[in-house]
Design a protein around this ligand. Structure first.
Ligand code: PMP
Length: 375
């Protein structure tokens, strides 16, 4: 099997799974129970939280544990908009956001909020001048993803913050899901940041919203006590502790892992560019982990399933999307056909050069065969 879909999800690290199993077995108490078993579980969560803060160098932040980045994005967006609607109902975002940002914004639009989309520069980074021009008296939230999951475009959060610094009442949220565990970056420029453990070899079903401690937001899930007052429900001790471990492991030798992915990316791109049936959609500013391309005269699904027959796994668009073309590819290329035919390969430091070469060989073979059948 050749797995090239790491941006959709990563396989759980064996030792992370071990931690999950051990904590589940050994810490049976509800962390909010007043007895010893509750106290022990609560203490373990506090240690995990401290570890996450240390690994991510967080200052003045708290972590609201959620079921993943979808919930964290929903909480950030509804939480800010419902809390600060008296200040205004204007939100700024981009066309490169994940569904879990765009869909909540559509709901808010129906409720009378106004959404503005920042235009992109030639290199697909946010146009800072345009961002500045969009800011109004009633702007309450700017939500811009660090890394787009379909094409891999990386935004400069520090530069965006420099623009927003002149407007201290505007809350800056970023979906950092595709960046955590891949790249070191300064999270302290953000007021709110969403992430998910399943993208850095952790368990599925756990993630979080990192929030400035002094920022108040409205909860979206109400109920019994949890680790914070912003999200109710019994804290999942084993998921939280195993996520802290996954994060620590992801940041071990992070620079070497990045360099390794960069090398693989160069081999992959060189081979894809050699094939004149392939057009690359990912811009130069994309992270090396994500390569998006189109084969214009073959349906993306057909190629995906042809590769699947050889046990090679890639993506057509984000697994979470329901429309039949990639909105991100459409927004950066302006070409519907490229967006309809786009394929995403996402690699990891676990990927080998042999896997990349085998994938390229099989892809070329499938393109030849399918073109022959079509003609
Ligand atoms: N944001 C981005 C950028 C993602 O890639 C994903 C996962 N595809 C999510 C949010 C949602 O994460 P989860 O499925 O863990 O809720």
């Amino acid at each position: 099997m050749i797995y090239l879909d790491y941006s959709a999800t990563t396989p759980v690290d064996e030792s992370v799974l071990d931690t999950y199993v051990k904590v589940t077995k050994n810490y049976v108490g509800n962390p909010n129970s007043l007895h010893k078993l509750g106290f022990e579980a609560g203490k373990l969560i506090d240690e995990a939280t401290a570890q996450i803060k240390k690994v991510l160098s967080l200052a003045g932040k708290e972590i609201i544990y959620t079921s993943g980045a979808t919930e964290a994005n929903n909480l950030a967006i509804f939480g800010v908009c419902y809390k600060y609607q008296h200040r205004g109902k204007h939100i700024i975002t981009t066309h490169l956001e994940h569904k879990s940002v765009l869909e909540p914004l559509k709901v808010l639009e129906k409720e009378g909020y106004e959404i503005s989309y920042v235009s992109l520069n030639e290199d697909k980074t946010v146009n800072l001048e345009h961002l500045k021009s969009l800011i109004r008296e009633d702007t309450i939230l700017v939500s811009i993803a660090f890394i787009n999951s379909e094409v891999g475009v990386k935004q400069d959060l520090v530069k965006i913050k420099e623009v927003l610094a002149q407007y201290p009442k505007i809350i800056f949220h970023s979906d950092i899901t595709q960046g955590v565990g891949k790249i070191k970056f300064d999270l302290n420029v953000l007021d709110l940041a969403s992430f998910s453990a399943q993208k850095f070899y952790g368990m599925k079903g756990i993630g979080g919203l990192i929030k400035n401690t002094n920022l108040d937001i409205s909860p979206i899930i109400y109920g019994g006590k949890s680790t914070t007052r912003f999200r109710a429900g019994t804290p999942p001790t084993a998921l939280i502790v195993s996520m802290a471990k996954a994060l620590r492991l992801a940041y071990d030798n992070i620079e070497e892992k990045y360099k390794c992915v960069e090398k693989l990316n160069q081999i992959l791109l060189m081979n894809l560019r050699d094939n004149h049936y392939i057009v690359i959609n990912s811009p130069d500013k994309a992270i090396p982990h994500i390569v998006n391309f189109s084969v214009l005269d073959i349906k993306a699904e057909t190629l995906l399933h042809a590769l699947e027959e050889e046990e090679i796994y890639i993506s057509t668009k984000t697994a979470c999307s329901s429309i039949d073309y990639s909105e991100s590819v459409y927004n950066i290329t302006g070409d519907k056909k490229r967006a309809e035919h786009s394929l995403r390969v996402s690699i990891s430091h676990l990927t080998s050069k042999e896997e990349i070469l085998c994938f390229v060989m099989m892809l070329e073979d499938k393109i030849e065969r399918l073109r022959r059948i079509n003609s």
